[in-house]
Design a protein around this ligand. Structure first.
Ligand SMILES: NC(=O)c1ccc[n+]([C@@H]2O[C@H](COP(=O)([O-])OP(=O)(O)OC[C@H]3O[C@@H](n4cnc5c(N)ncnc54)[C@H](OP(=O)(O)O)[C@@H]3O)[C@@H](O)[C@H]2O)c1
Ligand SMILES: [Zn+2]
Ligand SMILES: [Zn+2]
Length: 349
């Protein structure tokens, strides 16, 4: 076992503070990773603040991890010491259920083991994430990062990247389609990049007028300011697919009229229960509302390789670990361009 420094939240209303955890000795199938960078996902805030009522404190968040191999278990022979690797949102699954057999570990019928806040046989009893110096992970859940990608910019691909790539692929986004990405934050900016790279006419749908120029720079063909009722009316019935990344309760029905007949809005943001769903725009247009959770390991590797080929990384603001509480505050006021990434190697001693 090794003692590892990290940052943790100890209660819903407490800031993250320096802390220590232990990591297991690598077993035969394990990879011990020195963490270089960890992205800051809005989910980290949901857990630190116990938004979903299932946080096991202390919480060590972080599931957008990039680092280098420090040590390998005896049975791992396809990675080398020093190689750049990555870990995303989960580190375990049953391997035998129909979802696992279909390479969709994120939908494991036995429940996947999340990178943090899941029950674990390791000391502490729960998994601890990437706001820490190192992590030990089963080889099956370790990804490789293409050499041409900047490691800090690649970190958010492990959650924001795969969470947007997977539904765009699943719903067959391609040239000739019009795709709207709702909410320009960490997920949203990756959604724009991927929809554009897949050839779709890509529209950023935002509540922040000042983000319009950035949306275009990130690859949006058009920007729809959702507070502009006239512009919203003009776009009615024009979208094949909407990817909704808003992280708070809101009126989802208000977006449905943007869809064409048979169009789908996929919700990836955490909005909780909603009582304002109106069947009318669904029925009058045979439209669908769906959801999607990150992506399986095979698809995550495919996404990373796609990013290597298309030179796609996240637009990031690199922070020191002691800036984490301020970063959380800024994210909660939509002030992020467009992902915070913690320089773990240089700022966590
Ligand atoms: N399904 C999955 O697998 C999965 C994976 C990762 C994260 N998530 C969830 O996805 C959500 C987004 O995460 P993120 O990291 O992209 O968040 P983020 O970086 O904070 O960005 C969210 C964006 O949504 C818009 N927004 C924020 N609050 C809003 C509100 N109250 N009403 C309307 N729009 C609002 C803002 O964009 P504008 O300024 O452009 O309006 C904001 O920049 C979170 O709930 C997170 O937990 C889900
Ligand atoms: Zn995430
Ligand atoms: Zn399973």
């Amino acid at each position: 076992m090794s003692t590892v420094s990290c940052y943790a939240a100890h209660a819903a209303d407490a800031p993250l503070v320096p802390h220590h955890i232990t990591r297991r000795e690598p077993g035969a199938q394990d990879v011990h990773i020195d963490i270089e960078f960890c992205g800051v996902c809005h989910t980290d805030i949901h857990y630190a603040k116990n938004d979903w009522g299932r946080s096991n404190y202390p919480i060590v968040p972080g599931h957008e991890i990039v680092g280098t191999v420090k040590a390998l278990g005896a049975a791992v022979n396809d990675l080398r010491i020093g190689q750049r690797v990555a870990v995303g949102c989960f580190v375990g699954s049953c391997h035998h259920c129909s979802s696992c057999e279909a390479d969709m570990e994120q939908y494991c019928l036995a429940g996947f083991t999340a990178t943090y806040n899941s029950p674990s046989p390791d000391e502490g009893g729960v998994t601890y994430g990437g706001y820490s110096k190192s992590i030990v992970v089963d080889r099956h859940f370790v990804l490789t990062v293409p050499d041409n990608l900047d490691p800090a910019g690649a970190a958010p691909l492990l959650c924001a990247g795969i969470t947007t790539y997977s539904p765009l692929k699943h719903w067959g986004v391609k040239a000739g389609m019009t795709v709207g990405v709702i909410g320009l934050g960490g997920l949203g900016h990756m959604g724009i990049k991927f929809a554009r790279a897949m050839g779709a006419h890509t529209v950023m749908i935002t509540n922040s007028a000042h983000k319009a120029a950035d949306a275009k720079r990130l690859g949006a063909d058009d920007v729809l300011l959702f507070t502009d009722a006239e512009a919203v009316a003009k776009h009615a019935g024009t979208f094949d697919f909407l990817l909704n990344t808003i992280p708070a309760p809101h009126d989802v029905t208000s977006y449905m009229n943007l869809l064409k007949v048979d169009g789908t809005m996929c919700i990836v943001g955490s909005i909780g229960p909603t009582s304002d769903l109106n069947s009318r725009p669904l029925i009058f247009g045979r439209r669908s509302i769906a959801g999607s959770l990150v992506g399986g390991i095979k698809e995550t590797q495919e996404m990373l390789d796609f990013c290597g080929k298309h030179q796609i990384v996240s637009d990031i603001e690199v922070i020191k670990i002691d800036d984490i509480n301020q970063a959380y505050e800024r994210m909660q006021t939509s002030d992020v361009k467009y992902r915070f990434v913690i320089d773990i190697a240089r700022s966590l001693s």
